[in-house]
Ligand binder design. Structure first.
Ligand SMILES: Cc1cc2nc3c(=O)[nH]c(=O)nc-3n(C[C@H](O)[C@H](O)[C@H](O)COP(=O)(O)O)c2cc1C
Length: 385
């Protein structure tokens, strides 16, 4: 398959190294031989790590071994030119990293060659895989690009099919299996989500991630309040998520979804006890193994809440891409005082919402809820086509 050079623009690379060519790099055809490019990839990435202090070639206990590599060549380079190596990371795993390196002639917009290699980090002595160190992860996270944008060999049609399938496949899930989600997976999801755009790159998100005992303790503390009508009545939303006065068509949509959920669960109109019990499940994150609590700095304004929504959606889609499901939950916002105290959240942070994250229980009837959407022509008004 022919890969177009235009899939590798300079703007897609995030860290840079400049490299001289040497007399001996040229082969009998008068240009840099293909094997030299692989030396450039190694040199570029390792010098980035060494300069940042996250790799000591002689001392580091964890070392990166190359387990896969490849390169596409678009234009020749010859001694005595200088080349620029652009670096980005297309996958940051638990103990592996997929680096992509573009070789550019100075000033050129598209790569002369685009390569990649996968490092698996192993213990220097045992050669067993080890998790990426925190400093290495911190260095590489800002270099991560979404893997589908310019993956060699991936067509736009394939990208579109995947993105649409994941977007359309996302649903709010309200029953989860008791199957753990690793910290590395949540880390990865949040890292991908943080590629969300935000006005002047403000990145307004902060998140508390709970699992295991801290999660259970948190839910117990909250449910003590939720279960006591007197106490519960003293807690109000700090911001208005819903309108003060419901009007059509929003009221109709709200009713439709409410009754559809209760209908599936066999909850009759007026059955306050079962409605409360279902609502209460919010505060146990619907038994998900991971609970997320999102906050925003109070100095930020409405625009940052727009950005926040994009971040939340990104997180939900990144979860889907890993076989996980979510339920965004504004319900937590009512109990912001209990929550900020329980999680020691500073006063300057305001609670936005929570989110349940885990593996959906396919047998749970509430997870079969399908929510309708208006047709595009009902909300989009086209002109000039
Ligand atoms: C910010 C936000 C807050 C939400 N809060 C809750 C909540 O507290 N409890 C709940 O069960 N669902 C909550 N939902 C889920 C909505 O009910 C759901 O997105 C909507 O009905 C559309 O269904 P779908 O997500 O399955 O497509 C929330 C959704 C969003 C976007």
């Amino acid at each position: 398959m022919t890969i177009s050079r235009t899939k590798f623009p300079r703007t897609d690379y995030l860290a840079w190294r400049t490299m001289p060519t040497r007399w001996s790099d040229n082969d009998v055809y008068g240009h840099v031989n293909n094997v030299v490019y692989y030396e450039w990839f190694d040199t570029a990435v390792n010098s980035l790590l060494v300069d940042a202090g996250v790799l000591d070639l002689a001392q580091s206990q964890a070392i990166g071994l190359v387990v896969e590599t490849g390169c596409a060549y678009f234009a020749s380079v010859a001694y005595p030119e200088t080349v620029e190596a652009g670096i980005r990371v297309s996958r940051l795993g638990n103990s592996s990293v997929r680096y992509e390196v573009g070789i550019f002639k100075p000033g050129e917009s598209y790569a002369a060659a685009a390569g990649h290699f996968v490092h698996v980090y192993v213990d220097r002595d045992s050669r067993r895989p080890v998790p990426l160190s925190a400093p290495l992860r911190a260095l590489l996270e800002p270099l991560v690009v979404p893997p589908t944008t310019s993956e060699p060999g991936v067509t736009l049609e394939q990208d579109r099919a995947v993105v649409d399938r994941i977007m359309v496949g996302r649903r709010s899930v309200r029953a989860f299996l008791p199957k753990a989600v690793s910290q590395a997976t949540v880390h990865e999801i949040l890292g991908a989500a943080s590629r969300a755009p935000s006005g002047v790159n403000t990145q307004p998100w902060q998140v508390r991630v709970l699992a295991g005992e801290p999660l259970q303790k948190f839910c117990d503390r909250l449910c003590d309040v939720v279960d006591d009508p007197e106490q519960s009545a003293q807690h109000q939303y700090e911001y208005a998520y819903y309108p003060h006065e419901w009007a059509s068509p929003y009221l109709d949509r709200r009713r439709q979804i409410g009754w559809a959920l209760y209908g599936l669960l066999g909850i009759q109109r007026g059955d306050q006890e079962r409605m409360h019990a279902q609502n209460r499940r919010n505060f146990r994150f619907f038994d998900a193994p991971v609970g997320l609590i999102f906050t925003i700095d109070r100095v930020l304004q409405q625009g940052s809440w727009l950005d926040y929504g994009m971040f939340l959606q990104n997180a939900m889609l990144a979860a889907r891409a890993r076989g996980l499901d979510t339920c965004p939950q504004a319900a937590f916002a009512q109990f912001h005082r209990v929550i900020t105290e329980a999680l020691d959240i500073p006063e300057r942070q305001m609670l936005v919402c929570g989110m349940a994250l885990g593996y959906a229980d396919p047998a749970a009837i509430e997870n079969s809820l399908q929510t309708p959407r208006e047709a595009v022509d009902q909300f989009a008004f086209f002109q000039g086509f």
